[in-house]
Design a protein around this ligand. Structure first.
Ligand code: V47
Length: 388
């Protein structure tokens, strides 16, 4: 399939180097020369362009995404030393894609007291952990005070730790329990130790997907409205999309466009993370989930659509290490962290390790041909592999 048209004629105007011109010619042959022109000119691509990226030659799409990734970050690939704490798996939202949730009386259901959560932090004091990623199910009985106590206990256990906690879905629940608007609750959570907000709970914003697979949870519009409030409170957050289940490509592009439009308003998203659906032990176990090729395309389309979000994360726990390494040349510039005790994806069939040593992450990144950079949660550089 090739549509040789105007883009080739303007190759020298925006494709600066010989390598760029070669890529532009490949893009023209793949029928996306016009998109390549926009990418080289750092101009926004349209949702129609985004949809075409799902059909075009993966190598060309990946090379264009890599072009953007290298324009923004050169050879650097970020990681952090973090740990996960999932303070409860009790949840009343019954999302069809989730294997982690339990009803209160189901075997395996648990809630950590703030002290038990803090003990998970204390257990890692010998490791150079800088962040705790703390998310959980929506437990209907936990009171507002619990969340404040949880934050305070974690900060007491390790005062230097950055607490990235509570998805937009949990924040909605916390505000309901506080019986106050979220805008009033957030300063209290910040005072108790909240440092930023992770990207989970967004799933796929389309109402159809919401209705069919997670209808008891907040809708896409509600997720975006909460993110707006979070950013207005001065907090940074991440954002995600759960792909590879019942959503269409058009619904994925719509999701990315809605993230991009909110980012134009607030500038509060740091990192976009495409989350690959893992079907085991879920109500959607008949869905095969995305292949490695699908995952690489999702990273690349995310990089090309989200021109205003600085970082794209290839979450190694979900993608397998080799795919995450490859993703570092398909648009991703971050692989997440050491993690320690991952539950959500391992309940759903992930076969990656549950944690990794810092040195191992550094080696994975170097083996992928990138320069490892240890960051904190807000992307301040703590260590760089290319420092003398
Ligand atoms: O919101 C649940 C997803 C999310 C499954 O912000 C599933 O740095 C795949 O958002 N298969 C929570 N995904 C995790 C998350 C996250 C992860 C890593 C880093 C960051 C960050 C955020 O996990 C949920 C949901 O979308 N999820 N079940 C499943 N079976």
């Amino acid at each position: 399939m090739s549509t040789v048209s105007t883009p080739a004629a303007t190759a020298t105007t925006t494709a600066a180097t010989t390598t760029d011109q070669a890529l532009l010619r490949r893009a023209v042959r793949a029928g996306i020369g016009d998109i390549a022109e926009k990418v080289f000119a750092a101009t926004r691509i349209s949702t129609e362009d985004g949809l075409r990226l799902y059909e075009a030659d993966l190598h060309v799409v990946g090379a264009l995404a890599n072009h953007v990734r290298e324009r923004l970050h050169g050879d650097l690939a970020y990681f952090n030393v973090n740990q996960h704490v999932n303070y409860t798996n009790i949840c009343n939202k019954l999302c069809r894609f989730c294997a982690f949730q339990r009803l209160p009386n189901q075997p395996g259901a648990y809630v950590m007291s703030p002290e038990e959560a803090a003990a998970k932090i204390t257990a890692q004091l010998g490791e150079p952990v800088t962040e705790v990623h703390m998310v959980a199910g929506i437990h209907p009985k936990l009171e507002y005070q619990y969340y404040l106590d949880l934050l305070r206990a974690v900060k007491r256990a390790r005062p230097s730790i950055h607490v990235k906690a509570f998805t937009m879905v949990e924040l909605d629940q916390i505000a309901k329990k506080a019986r106050k608007p979220l805008a009033q609750v957030l300063p209290e959570l910040i005072e108790a130790g909240l440092g930023s907000v992770p990207g989970g709970g967004a799933e796929v914003f389309a109402d159809r997907v919401h209705k069919e697979s997670y209808h008891l949870k907040i809708s896409g519009d509600e997720w975006l409205a909460i993110a707006r409030t979070v950013h207005a409170a001065g907090l940074r957050s991440n954002c995600t999309m759960l792909h590879g289940h019942i959503e269409t490509k058009a619904e994925r592009v719509d999701h990315l466009d809605r993230l991009r439009r909110l980012q134009d308003e607030t500038g509060g998203f740091q990192t976009y993370i495409p989350l690959s659906f893992h079907p085991d032990n879920t109500e959607m176990s008949d869905v095969p989930g995305p292949t490695a090729v699908d995952e690489l395309r999702e990273i690349a389309v995310g990089r090309l659509m989200l021109d205003n979000i600085p970082h794209i994360k290839a979450y190694w726990i979900l993608m397998d290490v080799a795919v995450a390494q490859t993703a570092l040349s398909f648009g991703a510039d971050d692989v997440d962290g050491t993690v320690v005790e991952e539950k959500i994806y391992h309940e759903a069939g992930a076969t990656t390790p549950q944690k990794v040593q810092r040195e191992e992450l550094v080696r994975w990144i170097r083996d992928a041909g990138r320069v490892p950079v240890e960051r904190d949660t807000l992307y301040n550089v703590l260590w760089s592999g290319d420092a003398p």
